[in-house]
Design a binder for this molecule. Structure first.
Ligand code: GDP
Ligand code: MG
Length: 519
């Protein structure tokens, strides 16, 4: 029956039971052991007697254990070693538990691990006993009075070989694994509700956790993660989630490496754009275990609905989205890169895939806010409201190109004029001579007519890092959309005064320009 019915590769565990043991004087182990060795699906072998109840409860205990804690996924009895998937999972668990990243589990780390898996730390003597067993049986299992990865794997092999595989299962399950040794969806994607009109941000717990991990992986303590250090950071992921566009998304150090600031910016971006992915990544990093919390959702905050923020005229949000729109060649990509402190010259040295996003922090009234810039390609068909939705729109035109402004004007009129989204016009490449614009309102007149602030003059063709004032302006408009409208009202009021005093339009605009520049 063992050989037949179930077919090869079946993982249904079998308990081989010898009944009527009361009729037999000795043990039949000699006969049974070769059978057990031949058929690895036989988990346990028991001799029992239904007549005098010998070993009956044991038999059901083993049957239950075979279901709850099967050996087959963990251990290859023919090779007498852990199966690859099990070794992989335990290696990940080791890397998470090795909190100082020295490839050794110290007593403290072992105790933390023990506590999170089994509820209480090991007694000091038990801890020494464990290390002693590993030390006696391996060449490299114990180093500097701690367990190495090999030692940790050996220990688990030992549990399984001694029939204590429930210990290994408890560890695996605590770290989120299912019977197939995959991380469960329950672990990776804990329930999380994001109502419409709300956004997601990391809270102080999330930032604290990520900063701790950054420091863990910054082995040379230079405040940046090198490529190797970053790879090491991702060793607990099934695959590397960030490509080389990372280096065009966030600030980097002089050497082009990922700084702590850039690292936290990137996480802020992920939390904002794709909360599910963020939860998944925090899960790979072992957030619930290392933070002693129920799930990754505790690292995140859901902000109040934007509609209510607008009604109340204030917001608790720290992350804002700015869409950057403009004709092809207007300077959008350059504007995004300038936000990372890169002049045109610095941008030309950029390696890595281009990115449609950049993110950095900006001071708004003394408070640090994250601002995300998103480049909307001129080819994008803006059909749905969500295509243009954002906290502030930045409309870029190139004054050295006669057609550039009209593009922005029509985008504004089609998508933003009747919305509550603040808009700021930016005249790019002001280092270049202006071309005469197509007939129609000039950008200055257009902004005046629509009660918008005058176009902000910008260039990233600079010696050092480009100016940051425009980004502060964008973030301020995003944080205080209502105040912004008042400010604009005041500006146009002054303009009307100037015109009303029967000054010629030319002088009026000159005055306006002066006012605008002083602002
Ligand atoms: N002189 C000068 N050239 C710029 C400036 N900003 C962008 N450019 C150039 O304008 C061209 C188009 O810029 P790009 O950012 O790719 O435009 P996009 O199509 O709107 O993303 C590129 O060759 C840039 O180097 C600037 O401030 N000054
Ligand atoms: Mg571009």
């Amino acid at each position: 029956m063992v050989n037949g019915g179930l077919g090869k590769g079946s993982r249904i565990p079998i308990i081989l039971v010898g009944n009527k043991s009361d009729l037999q004087a000795g043990s039949s182990m000699d006969v049974i052991l070769p059978i057990m060795n031949q058929f690895s699906e036989i988990e346990t072998c028991v001799e029992c007697s239904a007549k005098n109840l010998k070993n009956i409860s044991e038999l059901f205990y083993y049957a239950q254990k075979a279901v709850l804690h099967p050996t087959a996924p963990l251990y290859d009895p023919e090779e007498k070693q852990l199966r690859p998937a099990c070794a992989r999972a335990l290696t990940r668990i080791f890397n998470i538990s090795d909190q100082d990243n020295n490839q050794i589990l110290s007593d403290d780390e072992l105790n933390y691990f023990q506590k999170s898996c089994f509820g209480n730390p090991l007694a000091p003597q038990a801890l020494e006993d464990v290390k002693m067993v590993v030390w006696k049986n391996t060449t490299d299992g114990v180093q500097d009075n701690g367990l190495t990865l090999n030692g940790f794997l050996f220990l688990n092999t030992l549990f399984i070989q001694r029939g204590r595989h429930e210990t290994t299962w408890t560890i695996l399950r605590r770290f989120g694994y299912d019977d197939e040794l995959e991380l469960t969806d329950d672990y990776l994607y804990p329930p999380f509700r994001l109502p419409p009109g709300c956004s997601t941000e990391l809270n102080h717990l999330g930032y604290q956790f990520l900063q701790r991990l950054f420091e863990k992986h910054d082995k040379d303590q230079d405040g940046a993660l090198s490529l190797t250090e970053l790879q090491n950071f991702f060793s607990v992921f099934p695959c590397v989630p960030w490509g080389s566009e990372l280096y065009n998304t966030v600030c980097t150090t002089d050497k082009g490496l990922l700084s702590l600031h850039g690292f936290l910016c990137q996480w802020t971006l992920i939390a904002y754009l794709d909360v599910r992915h963020c939860l998944e990544c925090l899960g790979y990093l072992g957030y619930p275990i290392l933070s002693e919390q129920d799930s990754q959702t505790q690292a995140l905050t859901v902000t109040r609905e934007k509609r209510i923020d607008l009604e109340k005229g204030q917001t608790q949000r720290n992350v804002f989205l700015c869409k950057v729109l403009g004709a092809k060649g207007a300077g959008k990509s350059a504007f995004l890169q300038a936000f990372l402190g890169r002049s045109l010259a610095a941008q030309s040295e950029n390696r890595g895939e281009p990115s449609l996003y950049t993110i950095n922090t900006v001071q708004v009234n003394g408070q640090e806010k994250y601002l995300i810039l998103y480049e909307v390609s001129a080819d994008t068909k803006l059909t749905k409201p969500s295509d243009t939705a954002c906290d502030v729109a930045c409309l870029i035109y190139d004054p050295s190109d006669p057609k550039s402004f009209n593009y922005c004007a029509s985008i504004y009129k089609q998508h933003y004029m009747d919305s509550q989204i603040p808009c700021i016009f930016v005249a790019s490449k002001t280092d270049l001579p202006e071309a005469s614009q197509q007939p129609g309102l000039s950008p200055m007149e257009f902004c005046y007519k629509h009660c918008l602030p005058p176009p902000f003059l910008f260039s990233c063709h600079s010696q050092g890092p480009p100016g940051t004032a425009i980004y502060t302006k964008l973030a301020t408009a995003a944080t205080f959309p209502h105040l912004n409208a008042m400010e604009l009202g005041a500006a146009s009021f002054w303009l009307r005064v100037a015109l009303g005093a029967a000054v010629t339009a030319l002088v009026g605009f000159t005055l306006y320009r002066v006012l605008a520049q002083n602002k």
